[in-house]
Design a protein around this ligand. Structure first.
Ligand code: CP
Ligand code: NVA
Length: 328
């Protein structure tokens, strides 16, 4: 299989076989890294990383993956580059594709990364937009596969704001891989109807099942994975916190929900997470709303069932697979 020259903008563009291939390649690269076997197969190539929003995992994963593959990396942010202020995305794409072999973009609307890809001659990788976060899904699925040994049929429950990048992308991923995806939230937080319809079509081919349930007791029963994400995403106005806390608190992942799921259930989160008040925003909001955690309790986050740090490590191995598969 070859994905050479392909962009990586959303998992909608990839077949289940291609996604499986990327997961297998990730596992191979992870094993090589653990054994200390050099894999600098892209020596002499260079990539650009554009971040219009903050990042810890995605940026460091792209940087370390590129270094391991023998590549050079240049980081660009809107403050220190011309992007957006003096130069359009279309012009930036044409400039950077003359200099680099691949471009990562993290920012706002999906249409921006699509515009970048349209004008770029080299692969463009989506490092998170408001709508999608496809590299995260590869890391999540590698983690699920490592834990359970398979993906097909896994009961995957997403709690919280399911209409943003994580909910959307996990629904697509689960549909592609024949899993049972449940979005558990008040109805207004379910993914966009047109995207649900697309995923239902995919599910018909793959045997996946999609559920949209507002009662956590029903949704969590028998879950293999309970997943959540922050209730307020990067770039959203601070005013939305009040409504989100009020509406999503019943969907906080806590010991009770993990118990409803059962002993085999694991807890996952893309991170960063407001599981305690040890961050500036967490403390500020915790004091404001009288809470000691938001989307997940500290008890669950720190429990044996939580695989969040292995999941975070897997960002690097899976991003490396995306870079290698699309450039080699
Ligand atoms: N999960 C994730 O994308 O983390 P960062 O925002 O730190 O990159
Ligand atoms: N939904 C979150 C994901 C962070 C990885 C955000 O967009 O901020």
């Amino acid at each position: 299989m070859t994905l050479k020259g392909r962009d990586f903008l959303t998992l909608l563009d990839f077949t289940p076989e291609e996604i499986s291939y990327l997961l297998e390649l990730s596992a191979e690269l992870k094993e090589k890294k653990k054994k200390g076997i050099l894999h600098d197969e892209l020596r002499g190539k260079n990539i650009a990383l554009i971040f219009e929003k903050n990042s810890t995992r995605t940026r460091t994963s792209f940087e370390v993956a590129a270094h391991d593959l023998g590549m050079g990396v240049t980081f660009l942010d809107p403050q220190s580059s011309q992007i957006g202020k003096k130069e359009s995305i279309a012009d930036t794409a044409r400039v950077l594709s003359g200099i680099f072999d691949g471009i990562e973009y993290r920012g706002f609307g999906q249409e921006i990364v699509e515009e970048l890809a349209k004008y770029s001659d080299v692969p463009v990788w989506n490092g998170l937009t408001n709508e999608f976060h496809p590299t995260q899904i590869l890391a999540d699925f590698l983690t699920v596969k490592e834990h359970f040994g398979y993906l097909k049929g896994i009961k995957f429950v997403y709690m919280g704001d399911a209409r943003y990048n994580m909910g959307n992308s996990l629904m697509i991923g689960c549909a592609k891989m024949g899993m049972e995806f449940t979005a558990c939230a008040p109805e207004k937080y379910f993914p966009d109807k047109a995207l649900i319809a697309k995923c239902e079509e995919i599910a018909k081919e793959t045997g996946a099942k999609l559920n949209f349930i507002s009662d956590p007791e029903i949704a969590c029963k028998g879950a293999d994975v309970i997943y959540t994400d922050v209730w307020v995403s990067m770039g959203e106005p601070v005013e939305v916190w009040e409504e989100r806390v009020k509406e999503l608190l019943p969907y906080q992942v806590n010991a009770e929900k993990m118990k409803i799921a059962g002993d085999k259930c694991i807890f996952m989160h893309c991170l960063p997470s407001f599981h305690d008040l040890k961050t500036k925003i967490g403390k500020e909001m915790g004091e404001r709303f009288g809470l000691d955690a938001f989307e997940v309790t500290d008890e669950v986050f720190e429990s044996e069932a939580s695989v969040v740090f292995r999941e975070a490590e897997n960002r690097m191995h899976t991003i490396k697979a995306v870079i290698l598969a699309t450039l080699k």
